[in-house]
Ligand binder design. Structure first.
Ligand code: SF4
Ligand code: SF4
Length: 646
C-alpha cells in the first residue's frame, strides 16, 4: 500500500507534491476525479485511479481538459466533491467551460488543480494559469510547501462549498514533482450520494436549474462570493510572515518561490533585516492583510514565477492605499530584479536581493556554472534530444522526410505537442516546420491547403499522436473535410499517451482504473467523416514512403495511420523482435560512400560510431531490436537475426 493512502492520522510521510494534493483530496472526501494527462500534473489522476475502488471514487482520463472539467462539474452539480487536475496548457483548453461555470456557480466542492511549468521543463511554453483565476474571477490558492499542498487542497473543497463556486489550486513543477514531509490527516469513511436537483425556483443555487444566465444576476452574485473569499483570506493560516517588525525590505512571495526566498535570505544573512510575507491566497488578495504589511516597509520586492501576476495585484492595492501607507518603491520582474522568464532558484533570488540590499553575493552563474557544466560534460555521457531506440516516430519521420524529398515540391510538416515534436530536430530529420498547440498541426495544414488560389502548391502534412487525435484533432479534421482542404493527416499511433506515461485514451480498450472499456476506432471515425484512410506499419520504411508519395498526389483529405506500439510501452519493453548485428566486412564506415548514414543521420541511440575502427556497431545494451536500421544501410551491413529465446 502506498504511504499516502494509509489511514494513520498524525503520521509523517514523505510525499511528492502531487501525492500530497491527492491525499488532501482524499481527506476532503473527494468522490470524482477527471483529467487529461499533462506533465507535471499526471500523477494526480494516476494515484487516484490506484485507490478508486477502495475509496469509492469515480476516476477517468477524459478526452481533453474541457471535458474533464465538465465531468467533474457534473459531480459537483449532483452534490458530490470533485477534483480536476491539469497542466497549465489544459486550463486554456478548459477555459471556455470554466468561464460559464464560474458564472453559474457549483454545489458540491469543486477544485481545479493547475500544475504550471515555469521554465517549460516538460512543456512547449511556460504560460501560466493564475491569470485565469483573475480573468474568470474565482479564488486562487498557491501552496508554498508539501504540507500546504495537502492542507490547501483539502480546504479548497470547503471553500468551494462555502462560496458555491469552483476554486483553483496552482502548483508548479518543483512542488508537484519534488518531495517533502507531510503530516497526514484523517480519511473520511462516508460514500457520497448523487442527485441533481432542478425542480426548485430558477435562481435557487441549490435546487434550481444551473446556468450562468441571467448574466447580470450571476455576475453580481459572483462578486458577492469574492467579497466573502476576501474576508476568509484575511484570516487564512496559509498567509504567513517571518522577519523583523520593521523590515528594511519586505519580500512578498508565493508557491515554491517561498522556499527559494527563505534560502536566499539565509545565504545572505538578511533574516534580521528583511521580512518575508508568504501568501497562499493569491487572488483575490486579502487587502487588509497585505496593506498592514506594506505599511511596514518602504521597499517591496515581489518574487514569483512566471509572469508578474502577484506584482501587478500588489501594486494596484498599494496604489489604492497610497494615501494611508505612503509611496513605496517596488522591485520585482518589471525592474529586472527578478528574471522575467524561466524558473527561479535561490541563487537568482539572492542575486536580486543582494543588489537591492547592497550586500555582496557571488552569484553561481559565473565560474561555478562553467565548472559544473565541464564536470557534467566529462563525467556524464552527452545526450542529444533524440527519439528512444526502436521508437516508431523515428521510422515514421524517416519515411516522411524521404517522401517529401522525392515529391520535390517544398512540402513540409505541421506538427503539435507530443514526443513527435522532436520531428523538428535532427532526430526527426527536421521534417516538422511548424509546431504549436495540441491539434493545431491539422488546423494549420488545412489553412495551407486552401491557399492554392494564391499560388501555393507546396504539399502539407499534419502529424498528430493517437491521444492528441481525440483531444483536439477531431474538430480540425471535420473542418478540413468540410472545407475540402488538400492535406494529408498522419496519425502516429503508438497506442497510448506515451509522453506522459502511457495513460489510456479512448482508442484503447481500457479505462483509467484498468477496466475494459469500449474502444473508439480511429480509422473508422476518420472514414465515417469522409476521409480516405490508409493504415501502415512505420517499421516498413519503403512501403510507408511509397504510400505517403501516393497520397500526396491525391486531392482532398487523406488520413494515414502509422501504427506501431511505443518502444517503451509495458507491452513491448524487454521484448526484442530481432537480434541485430553489423557485418564488419560490409560496413565500410567513412569509406562506404554513405558517410556512416546510420549513426550520423538515422541516429538511433542503439547504433554507435566506433571512432577506433571507423565502423558502426550495435550497442547491445541499448538496441531494442526493432530491426528498422537494417533497411537504411545502403551497403546491407546491418543484419537482423532471430532473437535468442532464454
Ligand atoms: S552500417 Fe551501413 S550505414 Fe552504417 S556506416 Fe556501415 S555501411 Fe554505412
Ligand atoms: S534495431 Fe537498429 S533502429 Fe532498432 S533499436 Fe536497434 S539499433 Fe535502433
Amino acid at each position: 500500500m502506498s504511504k499516502w493512502i494509509e489511514n494513520k492520522e498524525g503520521m509523517r510521510v514523505l510525499l511528492m507534491g502531487n501525492e500530497a494534493i491527492v491525499r488532501g483530496a482524499l481527506e476532503a472526501g473527494v468522490h470524482v476525479a477527471a483529467g487529461y494527462p499533462g506533465t507535471p500534473s499526471s500523477e494526480i489522476i494516476e494515484n487516484l485511479s490506484k485507490v478508486a475502488r477502495e475509496r469509492h471514487l469515480y476516476v477517468e482520463w477524459s478526452t481533453n481538459e474541457k471535458i474533464s472539467l465538465e465531468v467533474a462539474a457534473a459531480a459537483s452539480f449532483a452534490g458530490l466533491r470533485a477534483i480536476c487536475p491539469m497542466k497549465q496548457n489544459g486550463v486554456n483548453v478548459a477555459s471556455d467551460f470554466l468561464l460559464h461555470l464560474a458564472g453559474s456557480g457549483t454545489r458540491g466542492g469543486l477544485v481545479l488543480v493547475s500544475c504550471d511549468d515555469p521554465g517549460a521543463l516538460s512543456s512547449a511554453n511556460e504560460g501560466e494559469s493564475r491569470h485565469f483565476a483573475r480573468m474568470i474571477e474565482i479564488p486562487l490558492l498557491e501552496p508554498g510547501d508539501f504540507q500546504e499542498a495537502k492542507d490547501m487542497t483539502r480546504w479548497a473543497f470547503e471553500l468551494s462549498e462555502e462560496i458555491k463556486n469552483i476554486v483553483m489550486v496552482r502548483s508548479v513543477t518543483r512542488l508537484s514533482h519534488a518531495s517533502g514531509s507531510v503530516r497526514l490527516g484523517k480519511l473520511p469513511e462516508k460514500k457520497g450520494t448523487a442527485e441533481f436537483r432542478f425542480q426548485g425556483p430558477f435562481l435557487n443555487p441549490d435546487t434550481g436549474p444551473v446556468s450562468s444566465m441571467p448574466v447580470a444576476y450571476h455576475h453580481d452574485l459572483q462578486h458577492k462570493k469574492l467579497d466573502r473569499v476576501r474576508e476568509l483570506f484575511e484570516e487564512s493560516p496559509f498567509n504567513t510572515y517571518e522577519g523583523p517588525e520593521k523590515p528594511e525590505l519586505l519580500v512578498i512571495t508565493s508557491s515554491a518561490c517561498t522556499l527559494y526566498c527563505r534560502e536566499a535570505l539565509n545565504l545572505l544573512g538578511l533574516k534580521d533585516r528583511v521580512g518575508l510575507l508568504k501568501l497562499g491566497t493569491t487572488w483575490p488578495l486579502p487587502p487588509k492583510l497585505v496593506k498592514s504589511y506594506l505599511a511596514k516597509a518602504g521597499k517591496i520586492l515581489i518574487v514569483e514565477e512566471v509572469i508578474s501576476f502577484l506584482e501587478d495585484s500588489v501594486k494596484i492595492l498599494a496604489a489604492e492605499q497610497a494615501a494611508e501607507i505612503g509611496i513605496k518603491t517596488f522591485y520585482g520582474k518589471n525592474d529586472g530584479s527578478i528574471p522575467m522568464i524561466g524558473e527561479l532558484n535561490p541563487d537568482l533570488v539572492a542575486a536580486g536581493l543582494s543588489k537591492i540590499m547592497g550586500v555582496p553575493y557571488l552569484s553561481m552563474d559565473g565560474a561555478y556554472e562553467k565548472e559544473a557544466q565541464e564536470a557534467a560534460g566529462s563525467l556524464a555521457p552527452g545526450r542529444e534530444l533524440n527519439f528512444c531506440p526502436g521508437c516508431p516516430h523515428r521510422a515514421s519521420f524517416w519515411s516522411i522526410h524521404k517522401a517529401l524529398q522525392l515529391d520535390n515540391r517544398q512540402g513540409f510538416v505541421c506538427g503539435d505537442i507530443g514526443c513527435y515534436s522532436l520531428g523538428a530536430l535532427p532526430a526527426g530529420f527536421q521534417s516538422v516546420k511548424i509546431a504549436h498547440a495540441m491539434g493545431s498541426g491539422l488546423g494549420l495544414a488545412c489553412g495551407f491547403g486552401k491557399l492554392g488560389d494564391f499560388g501555393m502548391d507546396q504539399p502539407t502534412i499534419a502529424v498528430c499522436g493517437d491521444s492528441t487525435f481525440f483531444h483536439a484533432v477531431l474538430p480540425a479534421l471535420v473542418n478540413a473535410i468540410h472545407q475540402e482542404a488538400a492535406t494529408l493527416l498522419i496519425i502516429l499511433d503508438n497506442s497510448g499517451t506515451a509522453m506522459t506515461g502511457f495513460q489510456p485514451h479512448p482508442g484503447l480498450p481500457i479505462n483509467a482504473v484498468g477496466q475494459e472499456a469500449p474502444k473508439v476506432d480511429i480509422a473508422r471515425v476518420c472514414e465515417a467523416m469522409g476521409a480516405k484512410v490508409v493504415i501502415r506499419d512505420p517499421f516498413n520504411l519503403e512501403e510507408t514512403r511509397a504510400t505517403i508519395n501516393a497520397l500526396l498526389e491525391q486531392g482532398g483529405v487523406k488520413v494515414l495511420i502509422l501504427r506501431q506500439i511505443c518502444a517503451l510501452s509495458p507491452e513491448k519493453k524487454g521484448k526484442e523482435d530481432y537480434r541485430m548485428q553489423i557485418d564488419e566486412s560490409r560496413c565500410l564506415g567513412d569509406e562506404c560512400g554513405c558517410n556512416h548514414l546510420c549513426t550520423r543521420i538515422f541516429r538511433c541511440p542503439g547504433l554507435i560510431w566506433d571512432k577506433g575502427t571507423k565502423k558502426s556497431r550495435i550497442d547491445e545494451v541499448i538496441c531494442v531490436g526493432c530491426g528498422v536500421c537494417a533497411d537504411i544501410c545502403p551497403n546491407g551491413a546491418i543484419m537482423r537475426e532471430e532473437p535468442v529465446s532464454l
